[in-house]
Design a protein around this ligand. Structure first.
Ligand code: 4NP
Length: 156
């Protein structure tokens, strides 16, 4: 199975949410040992911090624990270590493409496109209210489940 890195801006709202959900779906499918899964931000402002309390609370209410995750910034080696680097919105994808070194082997894509075939952003909830975090969680859940199904199909 491919190594997958989920990337947003701060690595405290969207990408830790989808990391937790993808890990959850992978574990439920009994594939826990077959995947390298991580998340990162294009920015470094929140490096070392746990996810946003609103993201933690939303995930927790839905049975997914992301409390132990810590934010980090994407690094050059990520572009060789991971097969798939998935940006949560089109701005993330543009920023990732700018950071991509010449010897990168990773494929960079939009998260909802990779899973659901939707050319659509997971909107940044950071300056929004709790409802935005619920919307993000639902989009991440659908996208993560669809991504796993596609990767399993591709792996045969
Ligand atoms: P995320 O949300 O990219 O989903 O983690 C954000 C978190 C922090 C900031 C922006 C977006 N910020 O500007 O600090």
């Amino acid at each position: 199975m491919p190594a997958v890195l989920f990337v947003c801006l701060g690595n405290i709202c969207r990408s830790p949410t989808v990391e937790g959900l993808f890990r959850h779906h992978v574990a439920q499918a009994g594939l826990g040992d077959e995947f390298l899964i991580d998340s990162a931000g294009t920015g470094d402002w929140h490096a070392g911090s746990p996810p946003d309390p609103r993201a933690i609370a939303t995930a927790s209410r839905r049975g997914v624990s992301i409390v132990d995750l810590r934010a980090r910034q994407i690094t050059e080696p990520d572009f060789r270590r991971f097969d798939l680097i998935l940006g949560m919105d089109r701005q993330n994808v543009a920023n990732i493409a700018r950071l991509k070194p010449a010897d990168a082997t990773a494929e960079v894509r939009l998260f909802l496109d990779a899973g659901l075939g939707l050319n659509r952003d997971v909107p940044d909830p950071y300056h929004e209210d709790q409802t935005a975090f619920e919307t993000v969680f639902d989009l991440c859940d659908q996208g993560a489940a669809a991504l796993l199904a596609r990767l399993r199909e591709r792996a045969g």
